[in-house]
Design a protein around this ligand. Structure first.
Ligand SMILES: [Zn+2]
Length: 274
């Protein structure tokens, strides 16, 4: 229904006022500013937030009174795993990762303390680092737990002893990523990889994608190879290849393109030893 009581707007003098060229210009200017301001707000609101932290937990196995395996020349596993973790942490932090170490000194931590630290970090990857004087190359282990039954009734708590069951599929995918990185090393940089499943504490209590990485000599029967396995050069090569595999893991997990090719093991042989 049309009301005849209300006057049309603008009326009389007001209409004349708005028709003045100067006033028209002013109104146009105000509208333009309003448009620019609102589009700026919109732009700010739709701008992607800074990339969320990609967290990696490194667990240098053993420590304190627990020396782990005795390697060549009196080197102990606890020192080699800590050296590898420190080198890997630097490489990852330089590339924007958030790195949590379960220990960064000669500390003796229980398996429960390690798992609690790792689970609190809500990490996208957890690497348990070991070293041995037997076997050959790099040994990668996933938990032997079967995947959790996704159709089972939801439980309000995660059983501590089998927490890894919920992440085992991702853990196997992470091991495949690490295997691919080491398999790309060729020529004299080549390092053989062995994949396995095992019961290993504290891995079964971890809720993240978790892989145990054990560094072995290329040939355990060769004294030179045994000594070479825990040399700074060898630790650096293993750390760089692990860092590359975690860069690939981040890229595949987040969908963000891989921008930094400097650790790509495919280029490692071009100049001989890295
Ligand atoms: Zn060990």
């Amino acid at each position: 229904m049309h009301s005849t009581n209300l006057p049309p707007y603008p009326t009389g003098a007001a209409r004349n006022f708005f028709r003045r060229p100067f006033v028209f210009f002013c109104w146009s200017y105000v509208l333009l500013l309003a448009f620019l301001f609102s589009s700026q707000i919109l732009h700010t609101q739709t701008r992607p937030s800074p990339a969320a932290a990609f967290v990696v937990v490194l667990d240098p196995a053993h420590g304190g009174a627990d020396s782990g395996a005795h390697l060549s020349d009196g080197a102990t596993e606890k020192d080699v795993t800590l050296a590898l973790a420190n080198r890997l942490r630097n490489l990852l932090e330089e590339r924007g990762f958030t790195v949590i170490m379960t220990r960064n000194s000669d500390a003796d931590l229980s398996d429960t303390q390690r798992a609690a630290l790792a689970n609190r970090a809500h990490a996208q990857a957890c690497l348990l680092l070991h070293a041995t004087s037997s076997g050959s190359g790099i040994h990668l282990f996933n938990s032997s737990l079967a995947p959790a039954d996704a159709t089972a009734p939801h439980r309000s708590f995660t059983p501590w002893e089998t927490a890894q069951a919920g992440s085992i599929t991702r853990s196997i995918a992470l091991a495949a990523e690490i295997n691919a990185a080491f398999s790309a090393l060729t020529g004299r940089n080549a390092i053989p990889v062995t994949l396995g499943r095992t019961y290993l504490r504290p891995m079964d209590s971890l809720t993240c994608a978790a892989v145990a990485v054990e560094v072995a000599p290329l040939n355990a029967k060769d004294p030179h190879d045994r000594k070479e396995a825990d040399s700074p050069d060898s630790i650096d090569r293993v750390a760089r290849t692990l860092a590359w595999s975690l860069q690939q893991w981040r890229s595949h997990s987040t969908g963000a393109p891989q921008m930094d090719d400097s650790l790509n093991p495919a280029h490692a042989d071009a100049g001989g030893k890295r």
